[in-house]
Design a protein around this ligand. Structure first.
Ligand code: HAM
Length: 438
């Protein structure tokens, strides 16, 4: 019989690497708390229409990459519904913002999330079909200051702080503005006109996009199309005065805070909801999939989903790519250290004496329970092991071994060996917790 494997593009995360994932998530939660963000948890699947309307029908994500199915009706009164595993979480967060009337407080909503996303992409290093994002959104009514360029600068400054605290060096912040909806419409027309004489030489996707949504031509990855894309007009030339002023205020605040960035005129991002500021943090160590994270402003998304006016800005970090970057930067041992328990308890019995063994194992469980309740990390052996086998297991998993045989049980004096010093000590049971934690 063939053995079953994890589905292509998905993977198991195992210890000790999961310790690194937990450290990243703990650092992110800590930084988000200092910037006064609270956690939101939205469902992993949503109505397909949310992504079609929010992310955009013409985007690669919606047109090619979604895991969508028709959910069958379970009763005659129910309708079938097209559902989709979330390919990203901004649309879900804005849906929740509208559904729960979060704007009614009149305050800015600062929400973060950590969780899996799903896209049917061609898997390669740093690109998976199930991947994890750490993201945040700042959204609210305009009266709460949600449109202010200060919000953009604060989010970008927070990201620089988070990456620094995670120990990620060598990142580049690429920044652009895609302007207002009117600017984009103007730019789309400029692109459409510029594409007419050249689009015949471009790939099939570009030929279609040139008609339906010319901006998406800039997302094209086909190498032969790149020299043509280089000759197309840039969006900066289509921005109106208000969008230019907004962008200038964002960069002035970043300059003041000392957050470095470079302007990338081609950065229009692969999702339709963006307005004004767009950005990516890239890292050279990642190879082809070099975007550690991406984000931007989405001032019209709430209205696109039938909600009130609620400008917003946010980002999502590819957590898988953070882990890859950290593993490459640090040597593997210090990035994902093997965590050793404080002690390994080795009950030492006689395999032939079943009843004694049961008693001894039970006594070892009681001792482990006492020590664990006092905050120690304990690994528990097994009374039928020979002494050599207990020592081998203990040496791999703990800093010290505690021997618990019939004599030790009677006398209440236990033998402890420390693996790093090699010193063996007799310790009364009442003093054991303090001794082991030193
Ligand atoms: P995105 O650029 O599509 O934006 O994804 C953000 C990040 O998720 C990427 O920069 C990358 O690190 C990671 N990522 C995307 N696809 C994959 C994949 N197949 N495998 C591994 N990592 C991946 C968004 O998702 C927006 N919702 C971000 C946002 C939030 N904009 C405003 N608010």
């Amino acid at each position: 019989m063939s053995t079953l494997k994890a589905v292509r593009g998905t993977r198991d995360l195992l210890p000790p690497e999961t310790a690194l994932w937990n450290r990243i998530e703990a650092t992110a939660r800590d930084v988000f708390a200092r910037y006064n963000f609270g956690e939101i948890r939205t469902p992993v699947f949503e109505d397909t229409g949310l992504f079609a309307r929010g992310v955009g029908e013409e985007t690669d994500i919606v047109s090619k990459e979604m895991y969508t199915w028709e959910d069958r009706a379970r009763a005659q009164s129910e309708k079938t519904q097209s559902l989709t595993l979330r390919p990203e979480n901004t649309a879900g967060v804005v849906r929740a913002y509208i559904e729960h009337g979060l704007g009614e407080s009149g305050l800015l909503q600062k929400l973060y999330y950590i969780g899996p996303q799903f896209r049917r992409e061609r898997p390669q290093k740093g690109r998976y079909r199930q991947f994890s994002q750490i993201g945040a959104e700042v959204i609210g009514p305009p009266s709460a200051g949600s449109e202010s360029p200060l919000r953009d600068a604060e989010v970008l400054e927070m990201l620089a702080t988070l990456l620094d605290e995670l120990g990620i060096t060598g990142w580049t912040l690429e920044l652009n503005s895609v302007g207002s909806a009117a600017d984009r419409a103007r730019y789309n027309e400029a692109l459409r006109a510029a594409l007419v004489p050249v689009v015949g030489q471009m790939c099939g996707d570009c030929q279609r996009r040139a008609v339906t949504n010319p901006l998406r031509v800039l997302d094209c990855k086909v190498p032969a199309d790149q020299p043509i894309i280089e000759t197309l007009p840039v969006i900066a030339d289509s921005l109106d005065e208000a969008s230019r002023a907004h962008f200038a205020a964002v960069t002035a605040a970043l300059d003041a805070a000392g957050v470095p960035y470079t302007r990338n005129h081609r950065l229009v991002r692969g999702l339709d909801y963006y307005t004004r500021t767009t950005f990516e943090f890239t890292h050279g160590g990642l190879g082809a999939q070099n975007a550690l994270l991406g984000g931007g402003r989405y001032d019209g998304l709430s209205e696109m989903l039938g909600g009130p006016r609620a400008p917003g800005i946010g980002f999502a970090i590819g957590e898988d790519r953070l882990v890859l970057t950290l593993l490459a930067a640090l040597n593997e041992k210090s990035a994902a250290p093997q965590v050793l328990a404080d002690a390994f308890i080795a009950p030492l019995g006689d395999k032939e004496k079943a009843e004694e063994l049961i008693k001894l194992n039970a006594a070892a469980l009681v001792l482990a329970r006492e020590l664990r309740h006092q905050g120690l990390w304990i690994e528990l052996g097994e009374g039928s092991f020979r002494l050599k086998k207990s020592f081998e297991a203990a040496d791999k998993t703990a800093r010290q071994i505690v021997i618990l045989g019939e004599d030790e049980l009677q006398s209440g004096i236990l033998t402890v060996k420390n693996f790093s010093t090699g010193v063996q000590t007799k310790v009364p049971r009442g003093e054991l917790a303090v001794f082991l934690s030193q």
